[in-house]
Design a protein around this ligand. Structure first.
Ligand code: NAP
Length: 514
């Protein structure tokens, strides 16, 4: 069994006691232990602010881009070890492990290139500025400079590699040092990732620290220049927002939380058309990829009332060929849930939906393939049908597993109102070739969604699946989804920067700001 340590103050440090035991969720075998008890987490924040921050701020944006490029290469060289860690501790199939690991590498690489394109400057200036008094000499600019604090990243269990990298890439490019904390239950991949970067010698002192295990008193020491970015449950996010250091010191907070992502099949789409096939293909992928444990996975599927039987049949047919079981086997397409707690939560969530009137339309038969009888945290792919789409619980409770509910709608306006009942999501997707319907859906869904994916006949075989988060487009969503925003290319940097209005002699400012 491996002992995981935290990387703090430039050294690997072990907490007291046995701490938490990390499992292989397919077999329930113990794979690692970790503890943060007794570690100096206030010291880690100081180290970030005093060592990492000044070093990163002395680098130009292009130099920070080179740092991200070096991190990309180091991880690329250890890709197989990262994939193995994910399979062993997160219960992912090789394909799902690649989704996490390659997502991490790809996001770092994207921000590396962005940094290089931003050039040899340390300050980002917005636009050309403007004359702000009657004098042509007196000019106003908005400049974006790195905050002088630490970026504290608290991540969810479902993307131990990508979650770490997508947050770290943006903060480091902005010039802010990172203290990252993966969820304890699946921390092995994050540990291997940071170990790889440390061993490669690419990290400037204090630029990236790892808290491997419980957060201890870390958040008690947040200061006015620090940023806290959290991904996980809405309840934990709400608790973090209300912490005294956060409210009293105006710590910047970004929350990515629960999301009942919705799909609307347009009124024009007929079974067998290219748009229909894309809808079915994506629904099956979103239910089963990473065993449904993606913050962007589809939870609610709205279809025209007259298409509900055909839609259920087509999605069920797609799910019927998904084998689930031991994720290291080549013939297995879906692994277990990530932990015993996840299993309890998902089973309880299905029971709640059934109590509200949902019926199981499809559930894959049989025992998990290749797993000792009774072992592992498995839930088969499950498709539910709910004929009354106005029932509250389906719009309120996120079942974080391989489960989606198909519901009928009458008019496009009703579909919009039903999506909005989720009170804010990370992604909504629309499958239609009807321009009028699309316009009403877009205008209706966008205020409730961080991202809207539109799939139609001409892009049916080129469009991404709704659950794929790309670094160039924003990730986050209003309301229940946490109200946050990450990534989105250069937009993501703003969270880690102070935007300051600078007013003065235009010629002088131009010389200083370049
Ligand atoms: P969680 O319990 O909120 O945990 C998320 C992260 O917060 C973990 O790193 C956890 O650390 C940490 N944490 C929890 N309590 C904390 C505290 N008091 N102080 C400091 N850190 C704390 O969420 P989860 O168990 O990962 O997932 C539960 C649900 O969240 C899912 O079922 C799903 O509904 C939602 N979720 C949403 C997203 C998204 O991106 N929108 C992603 C994943 C999950 P420990 O692991 O050490 O406890």
């Amino acid at each position: 069994m491996i002992r995981l340590r935290s990387f703090l103050g430039g050294e690997w440090r072990d907490g007291e006691g046995e701490g938490a035991v990390l499992e292989d969720p397919a077999t329930e075998a113990s794979v690692a232990t970790t503890s943060t008890k007794g570690l100096d987490l206030a010291g880690a924040l100081r180290f970030a602010r005093e060592e990492g921050g000044p070093t990163l701020r002395a680098m130009t944006l292009a130099e920070r881009g080179k740092l991200l490029d070096a991190m990309t290469s180091a991880l690329q060289a250890k890709r197989e070890a990262l994939i193995d860690a994910s399979i062993a501790n997160a219960g992912t199939t090789r394909s799902d492990a690649k989704f996490d690991v390659d997502g991490a590498i790809g996001t770092l690489s994207y921000y590396a290139k962005l940094g290089l394109s931003l050039g040899d400057r340390r300050v980002r200036v917005e636009g050309e500025g403007e004359q702000i008094t009657r004098s042509k000499r007196f000019w106003g600019h908005h400049v974006c400079v790195p905050r002088h604090g630490a970026a504290v990243h608290i991540n969810a269990f479902n993307f131990p590699a990508w979650g770490l990298a997508e947050k770290a890439a943006v903060a480091l490019l902005a010039g802010v040092p990172v203290v990252t904390k993966p969820a304890t239950s699946t921390a092995l991949t994050a540990y291997v990732l940071v170990e790889t970067l440390v061993d490669a010698g690419v990290l400037p002192k204090g630029s990236l620290q790892l808290v491997c295990g419980g957060a201890g008193d870390l958040l008690d020491h947040l200061g006015p220049q620090d940023c806290l970015a959290f991904t996980g449950s809405g309840d934990t996010g709400a608790w973090m927002r209300a912490l005294a250091p956060v409210t009293q010191r105006s710590v910047r907070v970004n929350v990515e939380a629960d999301s009942l992502n919705a799909v609307v099949l347009g009124p024009d789409v007929r079974p067998g058309s290219d748009t229909w096939q894309a809808f079915v293909r994506d629904a099956v992928r979103e239910i089963t990829q990473k065993t449904g444990q993606k913050c962007t996975a589809t939870r609610r599927i709205f279809v025209p009332r007259e298409q509900i039987d055909a839609a259920l049949e087509a999605i069920a047919e797609g799910l019927s060929v998904i084998s689930f079981g031991l994720p290291s086997r080549d013939d297995v397409r879906m692994g277990p849930l990530a932990s015993a707690q996840q299993l309890r939560d998902v089973q309880e969530g299905i029971t709640r939906l059934e109590a509200a009137g949902a019926k199981v339309a499809f559930r894959k038969d049989g025992a998990p393939v290749g797993v000792p009888v009774g072992k592992g945290y498995f839930v088969p792919p499950t498709l539910l049908r709910l004929d009354d789409p106005h029932v509250g619980v389906v719009h309120e409770h996120e079942v974080f597993g391989p489960v989606s509910t198909v519901m009928p709608y009458g008019t496009v306006d009703e579909a919009v109102a039903l999506v909005a009942k989720g009170e804010g999501g990370l992604v909504a997707s629309v499958y239609t070739d009807d321009r009028d319907a699309l316009e009403r859906l877009l205008l209706g869904l966008a205020p409730w969604s961080g991202r809207v994916l539109v799939s139609s006949e001409k892009v049916a075989d080129q469009a991404i699946s709704p659950g794929l988060v790309l670094p160039s487009c924003v990730h986050g969503g209003p309301g229940r989804a946490g109200g946050g925003e990450e990534l989105g290319g250069v937009r993501g940097l703003a969270f880690y920067e102070q935007r300051t209005a600078v007013q003065g002699d235009r010629a002088l400012l131009d010389r200083v700001l370049g």
